[in-house]
Design a protein around this ligand. Structure first.
Ligand SMILES: Cc1cc2nc3c(=O)[nH]c(=O)nc-3n(C[C@H](O)[C@H](O)[C@H](O)COP(=O)(O)O)c2cc1C
Length: 314
């Protein structure tokens, strides 16, 4: 069943596997694209350590994905706040364009120069604000975004600091722009898909659920921990970060509620999502996941997961 999103993405389904830093490597990305969605690479894709050269690994990951699928996939370009240096974003873009990547997820406040660079090549630009507002969505559309992602506080990863939920964010963004809007944040089964569609979303941008798929490189004990946990097992450790609890996260949560302002930096110093989620050291780091965790209950293949989500789009 085609709609505006499948026409723009040239995919079978209006579904993007969202970028998730260390976890979204060529195996997962190509499996998603082969199953009818659009796979996407996050930063550090395929890397095992910070010592590896990120641009070399990125090029190799893109080539590997091109070997594993003939279907399109996307690269993520994360922007710094407006006015700050965007050299690293330009470097990612140049590197990916040289490898013939034709789809870009651009995260952060829109930057005219980056948007122009992407649009001038004829590539597809999917815009994702970290704190979506109608004003920013209008600017993204004006600068040439083909699709806009409406992300709510329910998401996994770095969460919107304004605290607006997914189901209040979607209609705000849908009403502000005429390009199609994809919903992100807390969607973990077909009921979430249907609810987001009822609010006007024409596509779905899904991260957390893909962490526990067979093809995901997340550590097996981290996958099992996610399956065994519920929303009651999570704590907010910073305005933009929640995690499944362990002694270290409980300590950070306590510091945060006592007024500390550096708990997010502390999660980064502990290795961010790599330590527990990739390396499997569950006691030593965060497990970042969405508030739909109760519905994540097994380890499906990517194809099975996409079929579950997309049962109304056959
Ligand atoms: C473990 C994890 C890591 C993430 N890393 C990134 C990232 O590096 N860059 C980014 O733009 N978004 C990142 N995200 C956010 C996702 O791209 C996406 O917005 C989110 O997962 C969608 O909501 P959901 O998790 O509720 O499905 C991450 C999400 C998770 C769960």
């Amino acid at each position: 069943m085609n709609n505006r999103v499948t026409e723009i993405l040239k995919t079978k389904y209006p579904l993007i596997q969202a970028p998730m830093n260390w976890l979204t490597d060529s195996k997962l990305v190509s499996a998603v694209s082969n199953a009818g969605g659009l796979g996407s690479f996050g930063p550090n894709a395929g890397r095992d350590s910070l010592e590896q050269d990120s641009m070399t690994v990125m090029r190799n990951q893109i080539r590997e994905a091109q070997r594993l699928t003939d279907n399109p996939f996307a690269m993520t370009v994360g922007l710094n706040p407006q006015g700050e240096d965007q050299t690293y974003a330009h470097k990612i873009l140049t590197n990916a364009l040289a490898e013939n990547v034709k789809y870009f997820i651009v995260g952060g406040e829109p930057d005219a120069s980056i948007y122009r660079e992407i649009k001038d090549t004829g590539a597809i630009l999917i815009a994702r604000s970290y704190n979506p507002t109608p004003k920013e969505a209008k600017l993204q559309e004006q600068l040439g975004a083909d699709i806009i992602v409406a992300t709510g506080y329910d998401e996994g990863g770095v969460i919107p600091t304004k605290g607006n939920g997914t189901f209040t964010t979607i209609p705000r963004i849908v009403d502000a722009v005429s390009v199609p809007v994809m919903a992100a944040g807390g969607i973990t089964d077909v009921r979430g898909i249907r609810a987001a569609a009822a609010l006007g979303a024409e596509g779905f941008f899904i991260g957390s659920s893909f962490i526990v798929t067979k093809e995901s490189r997340a550590a097996m004990n981290a996958k099992q921990k996610i399956i065994d946990s519920t929303v009651e097992d999570m704590v907010l450790v910073a305005p933009q970060q929640r995690s499944i609890r362990n002694a270290k996260m409980d300590e950070l949560a306590k510091q945060f509620y006592d007024g500390s302002h550096d708990t997010f930096i502390k999660t980064r110093k502990m290795g961010g999502t790599k330590t527990a989620m990739l390396d499997g050291k569950l006691a030593d780091g965060e497990i970042s996941i969405n508030t739909g965790i109760d519905q994540i209950t097994d380890i499906p293949s990517v194809k099975q997961l996409i079929q579950r989500f997309m049962q109304d789009y056959q």
